[in-house]
Design a protein around this ligand. Structure first.
Ligand code: AHR
Length: 509
């Protein structure tokens, strides 16, 4: 059987919306070995560190240009009391992390350590405040502690803890999953709380907070509607009140059930396709939530933030069920590449997205060995790296001239070729995924409106979708140069082997 051929036109001189770099955002929760053992090993560790922060993890993440890091949760955010995490470490009170493994949290990684981590990474902090079990005063004080200059009670406390200058904190979360672990509230209840908390999270000096209300779970469109209603009237005259500037959305890719989600590395072809169908559902969710927001805010002044996304598998056998540690295969990489194509298409409303989570938890970029400390970059890491040229680039529309190959997966249809493109600094970057487990495909791109120059292509694939990286085989899935690209005038033809992710970067004058 001959390979499927997809033809597409890119008008490289027609500018779409800017793809915010923040859709390549990250998430680090006090959960399992994400913070402790992942990002933070303490000053006394043999692992090279700066103030306890692992330098090998920082170096690996700097290569991704990670734009922002969300912390301290997740569910943990709504039981975190920030004042427990400042001052001399030996005097910080402990607590029980009731959500994640019922383990004791010593609070050695707190506000100053998180801000130091962001500085090392060159990433903007995105702090999730505690609405579920906190108080308005507690959250308001935290903002003052972090961002106010001059003299005030919280400024004096910060200075006493060794930090003179305020930090810049652009992103602020008003709780997390308020419909569940963040307080089990109704939409109306939470919307009122979000107004109240948002009011007292002040802009100190020239720090401008972008307040993000805890948004919907998956397809709960009525939650989104309740939050939009709280901001103002319906329609064209919409002038959103400044209580919050964005709403979040959480959706995880799970082919099984919450009780039995499926294994990270052991799966058959049916489960592989079911996973990708679940990942592709993100497009419908972003469309649905954007449509609701459009009714209230056609000018798109309120942002949508998908601050938790990614695969969620059964934990690796023998690991703590509360730690959510899972391996990461080429299948996870394709889930990520598919998400990014979707995110790029929704660049007009989607202002941020955060994969869950960065190190050792769920769909991680980095796995660290608890015994040897060895660090492994996952296939998902490589997608973030290969795609980083899309950050803050202008989205280009992809006009298809032919059908995209598709297959029936139960009651659903999965398009097995996905692509997106952007332009920045005289270069067009095209990302292409072939989701077919067995069959190759060819894509012919016609880059109209520019003169095509040098073309550089890279590929991420492996013998099977189950392939993953380990300390013994750290590069089983790693990008390499892709030679199966031909250029004829403005036409660039790209061969996509089965289960592969390819980037093509084209100099365009
Ligand atoms: O990312 C793991 C958990 O998933 C987060 O703590 C919570 O917000 C979500 O349910």
């Amino acid at each position: 059987m001959s390979d499927a051929v997809v033809s597409a036109v890119l008008n490289v001189d027609v500018k779409g919306p800017v793809i915010s770099r923040h859709v390549y955002g990250h998430f680090a929760e006090h959960l399992g070995r994400c913070i402790y053992g992942g990002f933070y090993v303490g000053e006394d560790s043999d692992i090279p560190n700066a103030g306890g922060i692992r330098l090998d993890v920082v170096e690996a993440l700097r290569a991704l240009n990670i734009p922002n890091l969300r912390w301290p949760g997740g569910c943990f955010a709504d039981e975190y009391h920030w004042m427990d995490g400042i001052g001399p470490k030996e005097q910080r009170p402990s607590m029980v992390n009731t959500h994640w493994g019922n383990v004791e949290e010593n609070n050695h990684f707190g506000t100053h350590e998180f801000m130091a981590l962001c500085e090392l990474l060159g990433a903007d902090p995105y702090i999730s405040g505690n609405v579920g079990s906190g108080t308005v005063k507690e959250m308001s004080d935290w903002v003052e502690y972090l961002t106010r200059e001059g003299d005030s009670p919280m400024v004096r406390l910060r200075k006493a803890n060794g930090r003179q200058e305020p930090w810049r904190v652009p992103f602020w979360g008003l709780g997390n999953e308020a419909w569940g672990c963040g307080g089990n509230m109704t939409a109306q209840q939470y919307a009122a709380e979000a107004r109240r908390y948002g009011t007292y999270c002040r802009d100190h000096g020239d720090n401008r907070l972008y307040r993000i209300a805890a948004g919907a779970n998956s397809d709960d469109y009525s939650w989104t509607e309740a939050l939009m209603k709280q901001l103002g009237d319906l329609g064209c005259a919409y002038r959103p009140q400044p209580f919050y500037q964005a709403l979040s959305l959480h959706y995880y890719t799970i082919p099984g059930t919450w009780q039995d989600k499926g294994a990270a590395t052991v799966f058959d072809t049916d489960e592989y396709y079911r996973t990708l169908v679940k990942a592709a559902h993100t497009d419908e969710l972003l469309t649905g939530h954007s449509n609701v927001m459009d009714c209230y805010d056609p000018g798109k002044s309120v942002g949508l933030v998908m601050d938790e996304w990614g695969t969620w598998w059964n934990v690796e056998p023998g690991t703590n069920p509360g730690f959510l540690y899972q391996q990461n295969t080429l299948r996870d990489a394709l889930v990520a590449s598919l998400h990014f194509d979707i995110f790029h298409r929704h660049a007009d409303r989607l202002v941020m997205a955060n994969i869950a989570q960065t190190v050792n938890v769920l769909q991680a970029m980095i796995l660290t060995d608890p015994d040897s400390g060895a660090l492994v970059l996952t296939p998902t890491y490589h997608v973030f790296e290969m795609n980083k040229g899309h950050q803050d680039a202008t989205a280009l529309r992809v006009d298809l001239l032919s059908d995209v190959p598709a297959r029936e997966v139960g009651p659903d249809t999965l398009k097995t070729v996905s692509l997106s493109a952007s332009r920045k600094d005289g270069k067009v970057l095209v990302s292409l995924s072939n989701l077919d487990a067995d069959g190759a495909a060819d894509v012919e791109l016609d880059l109209r409106g520019g003169i095509v120059g040098e073309v550089v292509s890279r590929i991420l694939t492996a013998g099977a979708p189950q392939t993953h990286n380990t300390p013994d085989a750290p590069a089983a899935v790693a990008p390499r140069s892709h030679e199966q690209v031909t250029v004829t005038g403005t036409r660039v033809r790209v061969h996509l082997p089965a289960h592969s992710f390819v980037t093509v970067q084209v100099d365009v004058a």
